[in-house]
Write a protein of this length. Sequence first.
Length: 217
Amino acid sequence: MILIPVKNLAFAKQRLAEVLEQSERTELAQAMLLDVLDGLQQLRPSHEIALVSSDAFAVDQAAARGYEVIADNANRSETDAIEMATRYCVTRGRGETLVIPADIPLIQAAAVRAIFDSAPAQGTVLVTAADARGTNAVLRRPADLFPLRFGNDSFKPHLAAAQAAQKPCVVLDLPGIALDIDNPSELRQLASLPGVTRAQRLARQWGFASLPVAANE
């Protein structure tokens, strides 16, 4: 099952506060979520997709597309949400989980298929973030092979946990998944890249395409 964790979008993307008001940050987070949900549509019905959230906008949009919703009533963190959703999958006999964040607006179904195509019968696929520090997708077979711990520097801990499970681990660099939007530099990069996703249109509307990308951000 593909799991997409979404926290409360009303307080989304605090690291963009220096360049966007909260209403704009929420609008951006909603646009990125829609880009992700629509980008995964071609994977159905061969793959189950579930949103893990209690955010009203996210739940409504997932339901409108026929995706399952796993209620995250605690709304504590992405890590807690995925731990809960993993237990849900195991109790229902799901043999694998693929966790994908809701802020990778360039995602396309072909990149997700590449993850499944590269996956060992038992083991892990990790997709690195553009900064090589984060993890922007994790496939586990079986579904609870090891616990996930998300954050700014999650890749090395995930790699260590995958290796400790003593199952094959594949590491992929997929450009459409690598770019998540957490800081102003990434927002400028999003605006300057080819494409017309909702999030890209917003970033360009706000003038980020004309601003240089700072290397130290």
